[in-house]
Design a protein. Structure first.
Length: 111
């Protein structure tokens, strides 16, 4: 069975919070982290990899995100190249032209 990256993220949180709380944390925490990270990427130069660590409020886990703004013709896209929950990677499906990454532009608004 193939799990989406969101399902993998939730499953990794489950060992710390249980299924119900992990689902709630995933639906609130993950979009907030990705929105913040996308803002950081939008302010960075294209091609420069940046990373950030996010701690949960209770300190039970650390979420690490790496990514970069990549050129796409005349424009650029913001992409997460690595997402880890306590050093366990979440696997992304391949995106044509970008490798295994998560393209944030259509997923997370900048506001």
């Amino acid at each position: 069975m193939h799990l989406t990256w969101q399902q993998q993220f939730t499953l990794l949180l489950t060992k710390y919070y249980g299924p119900a709380e992990a689902g709630r944390a995933s639906s609130v925490l993950l979009p907030a982290i990705l929105r913040d990270f996308r803002k950081m990427l939008s302010a960075s130069p294209a091609g420069r990899e940046i990373s950030e660590s996010y701690n949960t409020e209770d300190g039970k886990t650390v979420i690490r995100v790496k990514g970069k703004k990549m050129k796409n013709g005349r424009s650029s896209v913001s992409a997460v190249t690595e997402l880890m929950v306590d050093d366990v990677p979440v696997k992304f499906d391949p995106v044509p032209g970008f490798g295994r990454s998560l393209i944030l532009d259509d997923l997370i608004p900048l506001c």
